[in-house]
Design a protein around this ligand. Structure first.
Ligand code: GUN
Length: 283
């Protein structure tokens, strides 16, 4: 049996149509949502990401600004720019693209963003809100993964979810969101003794490692939901995830493809967070 595909493209299209509708309501009342995207340096992948984010804003009717700075920009200058965006009433979300050049302390930069505009959900306060089950901004990638799981119609209550990866941006918040949805959660990582033993028990596996083919068919319980957060290149230079897609799709009940899976959802949830930031400010 071949798994059902969870298309991030199709789900994004649905969600972005809803975002565009809610945006039109706000804009008609003179409260158009606005996102500021800041890029420091000329990392080619980051250039593509920020371009996609700004284009997505235009597509749903947001106001957006893209500010690109030379890699030599001082930390102080960046902090001052964030302070002025914090005070700008036309801006509801501020996103500083990571990674930043080494001379800039990224924690200090993230913490400088107003809590009400932290649409990446990367700040210590946002992380604490998520951990405490309080409303706040949720990091976009795991938030998108939750929407993809919800789209299967399968209730997570009592299910066993295994998250592979423990980053602050994906693995840890993913585990907390699954817990919040009443799953029993295991977090596996590079020091886990027998990864396959864990993944074989899982009703849901989220792979967020950054190594291709790290999840193979023999590691997956028949009928599991498999979410692939990986963004890797194969030998031919083609984009691929962490999951051996051809093998695992024969075992899983639902699987996300790469490309066209989690990737588009990340930007969609950034739009959702920005919309919600604007709605919270103008209830
Ligand atoms: N770099 C890679 N992904 C992200 C993201 O989601 N947000 C930010 N700010 N930087 C990133």
């Amino acid at each position: 049996m071949s798994a059902q595909l969870i298309s991030g493209v199709a789900l994004s299209e649905q969600l972005r149509a809803e975002i565009a509708q809610r945006t039109a309501v706000l804009s008609a009342a003179g409260k158009q949502p606005g996102l500021a995207v800041i890029l420091v340096g000329d990392d080619p992948a980051s250039q593509v990401y920020v371009r996609n984010k700004v284009k997505a804003c235009a597509d749903v009717g947001f106001h957006s600004i893209l500010e690109k700075y030379d890699a030599q920009l001082s930390e102080q200058a960046l902090l001052e720019r964030i302070a002025s965006l914090n005070a700008d009433p036309a801006i509801h979300g501020i996103l500083v693209q990571m990674p930043l050049p080494k001379h800039i302390d990224s924690t200090r930069v993230i913490e400088a963003i107003s809590t009400r505009k932290d649409v990446d959900g990367f700040s210590v306060l946002s992380a604490g809100e998520l951990a405490s089950g309080l409303p706040g901004f949720q990091p976009c990638t795991p938030y998108g993964c939750m929407k993809m799981i919800a789209s299967t119609g399968i209730d997570l209550r009592g299910k066993h979810a295994v998250v592979i990866g423990r980053s602050n941006t994906v693995g840890k918040p993913m585990a907390l969101m699954l817990l919040q949805a009443n799953a029993t959660v295991t977090i596996c990582h590079s020091a886990t003794a027998d990864l396959a033993w864990h993944t074989r028990q899982a009703d849901v596996v989220v792979a967020a490692v950054g190594r291709r083919n790290m999840l193979t068919a023999d590691m997956v319980k028949p009928g599991a939901i498999v979410i692939d957060v990986g963004m890797n290149r194969d030998d031919a230079g083609k984009l691929c995830g962490d999951v051996d897609f051809a093998g695992v799709r024969e075992v899983a009940s639902h699987i996300t493809p790469v490309p066209g899976g989690v990737g588009p959802m990340t930007i969609t949830m950034l739009l959702m967070n920005t919309l919600e930031a604007a709605e919270r400010l103008h209830p």
